[in-house]
Design a protein around this ligand. Sequence first.
Ligand code: DLZ
Ligand code: SF4
Length: 509
Amino acid sequence: VHRLALVLGDQLSFDLAALQALDPASDVVLLAEVAEEAAYVPHHPQKIALIFSAMRHFAEALRARGWRVIYTRLDDADNSGSLVGELQRWAAKLEATEVHVTECGEWRLEQVLHDSGLPLTWHADRRFLCGRAEFAAWAKGKKQLRMEYFYREMRRKSGLLLNGDGTPVGGAWNFDAENRKALPKSVKAPLTARFPHDVITREVLDLVAARFPHHYGSLAGFDYPVTHAEAEALWQHFLDFALPAFGDFQDAMATGEPYLFHARISAALNIGLLDLRQLCADVEAAYWSGRVALNAAEGFIRQLIGWREYVRGIYWLHMPEYAQRNAFGNTRALPEFYWTGQTRMKCMSQAIGQTLEYAYAHHIQRLMVTGNFALLAGIAPQQVCDWYLAVYMDAFDWVELPNTLGMVMHADGGYLGSKPYCASGQYIKRMSDYCGSCAYKVTESTGEQACPFNALYWHFLMRHREQLGRNQRLGMVYKNLERMPEAKQQALWQRGEDLLARLDARQVL
Ligand code: DLZ
Ligand code: SF4
């Protein structure tokens, strides 16, 4: 009797629950490259390459550990094209009596597996700190959720950065206010760690180039880690060279600097090449040994055990209905320049340009540049979500959807975050050097040369006054608006209307 375990492209961990339940001496593992997963959104070619190469390396590593591994390649003649198809085909061939699977990252896939008629045994995904049921219990009865309170629970649960008496190290839970320095000219980002292609990666890059020529994004710059050892090397590089400055400059942006002090590990972590608990332990150790300041250590740990787990909890609590939410009733189409980077707005061309080149942008670029623009311009949230899911190396539905739909687009009406992250060009000017070389003037709000973010910001606030006017966190902003002379308000509204009309006419801004 064979038992069969399915390992998905984002489940490449040796201690995955479905693997631990089985026995290498008698059971079989299946990994499958399939067209359906690669094309249900037009994934960035580097994302497909990362997953295929990491899957092939992982299959080798499992074999080296004594597993019998069945591996379907994308171009195998009898590839059925879907994960369920492959599972059915191999379960039948092997006469498998049990099929073991670990909770999926996407509701969509989990649904198909549930409906497959296969004799499935499900396992919880223990790679997360907070299980689905545990999160549901925490959220029960709360009308709005707040990351901060969830995060404190996770700090207590994990014991990270706690004093002996259970109070937070440094006297506060959150040092977010110390993560917002702009980058001085004198500070340079470290060189990035790069990972040369081996034979497996070269084969995969050729395959992806041949099979997905129409997906947006370049393959040329691919230099991501594709094995556990490489991911570990990327992580150590971050601990040594970037973490010390990460705290201060977490929100900074600079022309031609795609990574700054960010770890770039999200893709490796999300596909299972790195272990959450180990990462947190390493960062905490760096703090205790005096190698990094508290605002760096706390800021990093907050992203991992706070924000990342929080959005996953929300996803599983509210899918599939969450994906359809559209609190502002937005209908505008995503502008074409999101796929080409061709816009005169410097901040947008930088953020989109590096996304096409590396399948990467950091959180402030995603939230306050491309995301902020989509929010202000009233783009249909589902189109924005599909874009983020497609273009980012680390994007899987569980993490991408709540971040985009909830945090960026505020389309859940404030369930996940208390206020929309809307901002004028002033914010981008403060946090970057983009505006200095932009075709638009950030100091102007009306007129042909004026930064589009400025008028769109006020237009957004004016058109959603009904929904947002009573939001306490926007109180000051609405006061400023009311104090503005009527003629100025009119002019801002008109400039906003003009810009939106241009988007509707598919003109480039
Ligand atoms: C994203 C992705 C891609 C591009 N290709 C595959 C694949 O061929 N085989 C596979 O098992 N997984 C792939 N993935 C990751 C899956 O889409 C991901 O596991 C599901 O969306 C659930 O999280
Ligand atoms: Fe972006 Fe406006 Fe600054 Fe140009 S002026 S870079 S559009 S914020």
